[in-house]
Ligand binder design. Structure first.
Ligand SMILES: [Mg+2]
Length: 205
């Protein structure tokens, strides 16, 4: 039995693609997926602080989150893992206010999972974020051997988990996670880079 950690945005869902569409519609800016070389959207989308706030507000509207397309091949692979009796938890760094729509999206696309957890992956939340939306997990709570396999696209989160857990770390290759020059070599060595879900499936026997 394997215990699996799966991220949502740009692992289960084509979030960056949806975001570039919103950027074009709402801000008249065209940015290609390959140009998103920074996880920081103020950099990749060249937005000032107020523009970024407005963009994030628009991008996190429930209708917007709901229309994001699933990543090709993800659900069939998770179905196979689930049929083997493996436990799949979905762990997202989204704002906890998106709990309801995130659950609805996972249901709509029949994503097999045991639990959905909101994790403070980017140290964004203070106590206020806990208010009314249940508890947000801290990264420290994932230390150790809670999961056997992690599927992430955030370099920061993946490298943190590589350094603090025993899980195998599959890093879904994206333009924003390719620069690993700031990481220690043993951490980089723990990251298994995969192109897509077809490749992820072949990585896991
Ligand atoms: Mg992600």
């Amino acid at each position: 039995m394997q215990r699996i950690y799966v991220d949502i945005d740009d692992v289960l869902s084509q979030t960056a693609l949806a975001f570039t569409r919103i950027l074009e519609e709402s801000f008249g800016k065209r940015v290609g997926l390959e140009e998103i070389t920074s996880f920081d959207l103020s950099v990749s989308f060249d937005l000032g602080p107020e523009e970024l706030d407005a963009f994030m507000l628009e991008a996190h509207r429930p209708e917007r989150l709901m229309e994001i397309e699933p990543m090709e091949g993800a659900v069939p692979v998770l179905d196979r893992w689930s049929e083997r009796g493996w436990l799949i938890d979905v762990l997202t760094g989204r704002p906890p206010a998106s709990t309801e729509v995130t659950r609805a999206w996972l249901d709509r696309h029949l994503v097999p999972h045991r639990e959905l957890f909101f994790v403070d992956k980017y140290t964004r939340y203070d106590e206020a974020a806990w208010d009314g939306h249940g508890r947000v997990l801290q990264l420290e709570e994932l230390h150790g051997d809670r999961y056997d396999l992690v599927v992430e696209d955030s370099l920061k989160t993946a490298s943190y988990l590589a350094e603090n857990t025993t899980a195998r770390i599959l890093l879904v290759d994206k333009p924003w996670n390719r620069d690993v020059s700031a990481l220690p070599q043993p951490t980089v060595a723990r990251l298994e880079r995969c192109r897509d879900w077809t490749e992820i499936a072949t990585f896991v026997p």
